[in-house]
Design a protein around this ligand. Structure first.
Ligand code: NDP
Length: 484
């Protein structure tokens, strides 16, 4: 579908999607249907089956059969790479279609989704290279009588549970790598944003992926998702979502087959700004770091920890930039922040904004729900005079709400940054290499950005301690998307 030339609007009728098992789209049939309303337009946009645990069992069975008969796991890395490269082409060809349905289900801006889907093409291409270079290790230091060999074998059936904030991106941060290494997949997208996960099934089949290697069950988390975590025949589970559900997943894995887990959960990430930073760049980065995806991002820079000497001046710069972010219809090419994706999330964010005011923080920007005539939108919001004990400083809000906290010394900056139960990501802005290196080593975070934020590429691991020094450029590539 080429939608780039026309002004986009929501569909007249919601589109029916099926779920995807053994290479086939399966329509809802007698099953209940989940009708998704666009959070930006208040009209029904997609309809998907509410799969049952029996459907999950069928999908796991298809994935197990495909794995056991080695129709994919037995291929050479070169053959797998060829399919992944074709899939990359398929995503590129259907980029506009994927972006359109993703915008409608998620409420995120079309320009942003295009960037995300384009990034997914790169992940498939990169994974294709990895498929050809995966190898084991050998041990020839055991004495003359012994020689050790370590091979890397696929684990089997991998479950992938994804959230609603980056439905296609988070999926594609996992699928091509899981496939590159020879595994089979059962994916369970969020019930709010399932369309693109099903479309990927069609793309993979057209690219030559054998039937049964990639399967999708649609449905609710507490039924299908929970059953997947408990399933005795799922060997590994990748889960991205809330810390609360992550705990349930760990418990379910322990109570079933001790499946291997990959978890990406919550964050309350610091943006540490020193007085010697390029303040213009840093203010762009801070505004982008909390504004991107309306702050519905596990690595959002939600806490601005800024050197006291420049705190007022810098907060003013960020306020000015955030006040210029255009919030509105996500199908509009110029929109930078779209709708809040779920009703529950909207309530949560507004609740935190009220709590921040009750607890005595100073609201310097936003704080309101924006009336666009339809949909749910929240203005970019900044609180100053935030105390580390306040809920808005401690808890993940997952919205466009920035908490500003000043510091006097480098040690104090590190202490405030580490005063959190999370340790997901962090950014530091300074021109002083000693400060940058000290902060990246002492602040506990799995992902660290220096003089940039929310930047990266398929070559970098996520969740491992991956540090990226932006030197302005990478960060600015991202920033241009949101701050003209
Ligand atoms: P959840 O953790 O409930 O949802 C994430 C995924 O898990 C969805 O696919 C969901 O399915 C599924 N799920 C829900 N319950 C279970 C379960 N018992 N077993 C297995 N899978 C399950 O997040 P919420 O949507 O409730 O969001 C709440 C908060 O979580 C947000 O405010 C934010 O703080 C955080 N969050 C973090 C994300 C991240 O990227 N790290 C992403 C999303 C949320 P379904 O949606 O169909 O119920």
């Amino acid at each position: 579908m080429d939608t780039s030339a026309t002004r986009l609007s929501p569909p007249e009728q919601p589109r029916d999607f099926g779920f995807f098992v053994d290479g086939q789209i399966i329509p809802a049939g007698e099953r209940e249907v989940f009708e998704r309303h666009s959070p930006a337009h208040d009209v029904p946009v997609t309809r998907l089956p509410k799969c049952t645990t029996n459907d999950l069992d069928s999908a796991v069975k298809a994935a197990r059969t495909a794995f056991s008969d080695r129709r994919w796991s037995g291929l050479s890395g070169a053959d797998r790479a060829a399919v992944l490269l074709k899939a990359a082409e398929g995503i590129r060809a259907r980029l506009e279609e994927i972006a359109y349905w993703e915008v409608l289900e998620s409420g995120k801006p079309i320009s942003q989704v295009r960037g995300e889907v384009g990034g997914c093409v790169g992940m498939f291409e990169y994974a294709a290279g990895l498929a050809r270079s995966l190898h084991g290790d050998s041990f020839n230091n055991l004495g003359d009588g012994m020689f050790g060999i370590m091979t890397r074998e696929p684990i089997g059936v991998v479950g992938i549970i994804t959230p609603w904030n980056f439905p296609f991106l988070i999926l594609c941060e996992r699928v091509p790598y899981v496939l590159a290494s020879g595994n089979s997949i059962v994916a369970k997208p969020s019930e709010f944003t399932s369309a693109s996960t099903v479309i990927l099934g069609e793309i993979l089949t057209e690219a030559g992926l054998p039937d049964g290697v990639y399967n999708v069950v649609t449905g609710t988390g507490p039924t299908v998702g929970q059953a997947m975590a408990e399933h005795m025949d799922v060997d590994m589970l990748s889960f991205t979502g809330s810390t609360r559900t992550g705990r349930a997943i760990v418990a379910a894995a322990g109570a079933s087959n001790f499946k291997k887990l990959g978890l990406e959960l919550g964050g309350k990430n610091p943006q540490i700004v020193f007085a010697d930073a390029d303040l213009e760049d840093a203010a762009d980065g801070v505004a982008f770091g909390i504004g991107f995806n309306g702050g519905q991002c596990c690595v959002s820079g939600a806490r601005l920890i800024v050197e006291a000497a420049i705190a007022d001046e810098f907060a003013q710069m960020v306020t000015e930039k955030m006040s210029r972010i255009s919030v509105g219809d996500p199908l509009d090419e110029s929109t930078q922040i779209g709708a809040i994706t779920t009703d529950a999330q909207n309530t949560t964010i507004m609740g935190y904004i009220a709590k921040g005011q009750e607890e005595g923080a100073e609201l310097v920007l936003g704080g309101d729900a924006l009336d666009m005539g339809r949909g749910q939108f929240i203005a970019p919001t900044i609180f100053k005079n935030v105390d580390a004990s306040m809920a808005i400083a401690r808890e993940e809000i997952f919205g466009p709400v920035l908490a500003v906290m000043p510091f006097e010394t480098l040690d104090e900056a590190i202490e405030i940054a580490n005063d959190t139960e999370y340790g997901l990501a962090a950014s530091v802005w300074t021109k002083n290499i000693d400060k940058a290196l000290t902060v990246t080593r002492r602040v506990q975070a799995g992902r660290f950005w220096v003089n940039t934020t929310l930047a990266g590429g398929p070559e970098l691991p996520i969740g491992a301690s991956s540090n990226l020094a932006g030197a302005g450029k990478l960060g600015q590539w991202a920033l241009k998307n949101i701050l003209k």
